[in-house]
Structure formats: structure tokens, C-alpha cells
Design a protein around this ligand. Structure first.
Ligand code: DX5
Ligand code: ZN
Length: 224
């Protein structure tokens, strides 16, 4: 199992202060920054393009940037996100014409690759792409907006994904995204997640550092 990673989603940050907010949450103990890219087509919301990723790099952000693409089509813009400074690039298989090709494209761009499963999407294709991914992202809300409630049945799916990864010989992170809070992160960790996206649970608190510290305490309880 990998070390636990906390990846705040800047979707819930104060957008008028994005660089400062990103620096603050990293100073408060975050590991990765989760960047939710939405296109008003694959999902009904519109957020960040590669220029925002580039701007964060230019502002001095050096932490891993975990770019979650909720866009369709997906291939054309992948090299631009890589060039801008993405480290991880994940996409929804429904948005790709050829999943294997998209995964290979991400690795050719020297980024870590991954696929995202919506809450209702079965894990069927996971087995056939294990050699092409560095991360699996399970959505625990329907994609599009921050601040929604965690969909409980995803816990079983998380355990199943953990089994599939552990039985494989590959080094793959298991990420959860949506409705992650201090009071449910322990059971999410127990189900097998090692990478935790949290937007509103962090950015809607006054003290990012104490929220992240409390999340880590809960994760540690799960790993005991
Ligand atoms: C939803 C996004 C999530 C979202 C999580 O489409 O993928 O990353 O920002 O927000 P919270 O943690 O508030 O559910
Ligand atoms: Zn996300």
C-alpha cells in the first residue's frame, strides 16, 4: 500500500486568489493538488484549462498536480496539460474513443496516467488496463460539482478495486474523489483508498492545517 496522500481540490478554493490558496493548502500539509477540469459538455460546469496549470507553476507551485479531466473529447488537449506542468492526468473512459490509446498518450507525455470510474460505472475495464495506469480514481459523487454527499455503495467498489490492484503486480494508486470529510475518511481508508481528494471539507474550513491533520489522524487509525 502506498503512503496516504491528501489532494485538496482547488475547485472549492477562492478562485480570485488561486495561487495563494494553493500555496496555503500545501503549507498546511497537503501532498498533491487536485485540479478538476470541466468543459460544460462532458459535465455541466466549466473550470480550468492548461493556462491555469501553467499559471500555478509560474507562481512557484512545485507539488504534484493531479489533473482530473472531465472533458470530451479528451486526447487533443492532453499534451497541452502535460506541457503546462501536470503530473497525473486522469480521464473518464466514456470520454475517450480508445482508452488504451489515451493512456499511452498520457505516458508518452511523461505524465502518470489513470482512469476514472463514475459511481455507477462498473470496474469491468480495470483488469485490461492495469499495465497502462499509475492511478485509479473512483468517483464517490457524480462529477460536476464540489460539496456533494459521499455515495456509500462506493465503499464496496473501493474494496473490490483494492483487491484487483493488490492481486496485480503493478504499482497503482487508488484515489477517491467526492464527499470526503474528516468523519468518513477513516472508513474510506479502511476500504482501501490511499489517495484522498477533498475540496469543500478543506477549503470551507478556517484552518486548513488542522483539517488536514485531523484527516491524517483518521487515516492512521484505519491503518492500525
Ligand atoms: C467533482 C470533482 C471533485 C470535487 C470534490 O466533479 O471531481 O474533485 O471537487 O469536492 P468535494 O470534496 O467538495 O466533494
Ligand atoms: Zn476531481
Amino acid at each position: 500500500m502506498h503512503n496516504a496522500v491528501i489532494a485538496p481540490s482547488i475547485l472549492s478554493a477562492d478562485m480570485s486568489n488561486l495561487g495563494k490558496e494553493t500555496k496555503s493548502v500545501l503549507a498546511a500539509g497537503a501532498d498533491f493538488i487536485h485540479v478538476d477540469v470541466m468543459d460544460n459538455h462532458y459535465v455541466p460546469n466549466l473550470t480550468f484549462g492548461p493556462i491555469v496549470v501553467k499559471a500555478l507553476r509560474n507562481f512557484g507551485i512545485v507539488a504534484p498536480l493531479d489533473v482530473h479531466l472531465m472533458i470530451k473529447p479528451v486526447d487533443r488537449i492532453i499534451p497541452e496539460f502535460a506541457e503546462a506542468g501536470a503530473d497525473y492526468i486522469t480521464f473518464h473512459p466514456e470520454a475517450s474513443e480508445n482508452i488504451e490509446h489515451t493512456l499511452e498518450l498520457i505516458r508518452q507525455c511523461e505524465c502518470k496516467s489513470g482512469i476514472v470510474f463514475n459511481p455507477a460505472t462498473p470496474l469491468d475495464i480495470l483488469g485490461r488496463v492495469l499495465d497502462k495506469i499509475d492511478i485509479v480514481l473512483l468517483m464517490s459523487v457524480n462529477p460536476g460539482f464540489g460539496g456533494q454527499s459521499f455515495i456509500e455503495p462506493v465503499l464496496d467498489k473501493l474494496s473490490h478495486a483494492r483487491e484487483i490492484i493488490d492481486k496485480s503486480k503493478y504499482d497503482i494508486r487508488l484515489e477517491i474523489d467526492g464527499g470526503v470529510k474528516i468523519d468518513n475518511i477513516r472508513k474510506i481508508a479502511e476500504a482501501g483508498a490511499d489517495t484522498f481528494v477533498a475540496g469543500s471539507a478543506i477549503f470551507e474550513t478556517d484552518n486548513y492545517g488542522s483539517t488536514i491533520a485531523m484527516m491524517r489522524e483518521q487515516i492512521a487509525l484505519a491503518n492500525n
